[in-house]
Design a protein around this ligand. Sequence first.
Ligand SMILES: [Zn+2]
Ligand SMILES: [Zn+2]
Length: 277
Amino acid sequence: MFRLGVHISIAKGLVNSLIEAEGLKCTAMQIFIRNPRGYARKKLADQEIESFKNKRRSININPLVVHGSYLLNLASSDEKLRKKTISLVKEDLKICNVIDADLYVVHFGSNTDKKIGIKFMRESLGEILTGYKGNTVLLLENTAGEGNKLGSNIDQIAKSIKGLGKKVGICLDSAHLFAAGVDIRKKSVLNKFLQEFDSKIGLNKLKLLHLNDSKYGLAEHKDRHQHIGNGFIGRSGFKTFINHPLLCGLPMILETPSEKEKDDIKNLNKVKYLKIK
Ligand SMILES: [Zn+2]
Ligand SMILES: [Zn+2]
């Protein structure tokens, strides 16, 4: 079954986020469990978590994805920030397991020195996953390669996670891929990219797609999301991307702008319309 959802706020509580997902006819969803541009986190009461699990079962939301804070940096040369990131990711994973989240997404870190950055990524991930027995799988999300961000090409992704086991995987964001220089509008480019991904990382590591159109052009290395079909990827580009035989079975989450009331439903409907049944 095709799984599609959108990022939803938990500002009005966990259960309300599910009611919103239900209203949007989502079959998957993504939430933040702490302030995305900070570290603060709302305490979740046991009763709220129980109600959330019951409601989720009744409306069948799978997967449940949690997105980590944007301030996390697993690759930082600043030891204090790196250590803080490691402990926050560990804490997030604990909460993810309490609320039965299937996937936890964190962006690749950044470092002015790519080689050292990748080394820190590996070490940080190793520390997080050593002895980790939870069910939530940690996913690293590719970046547009803006500034000093790592994770905008297959080699960096491969080096960061090689040999780290089954509890780590990859989330690919369409806008980030495009901004990083992969022309996902063309089937031949996608074929080549996915072939390389398979040989260096393994397609079994690919667990989730973020669907966003891009406000900037191909290889501009800027991370700005646009409504589906209204950006540089465009409608026919998305049709090619979401129907690719190696991608069409993956769960898909929209992180498109949500400024007006109908934005989410419009974007979800566009994806449904473009998806070949
Ligand atoms: Zn994303
Ligand atoms: Zn983005």
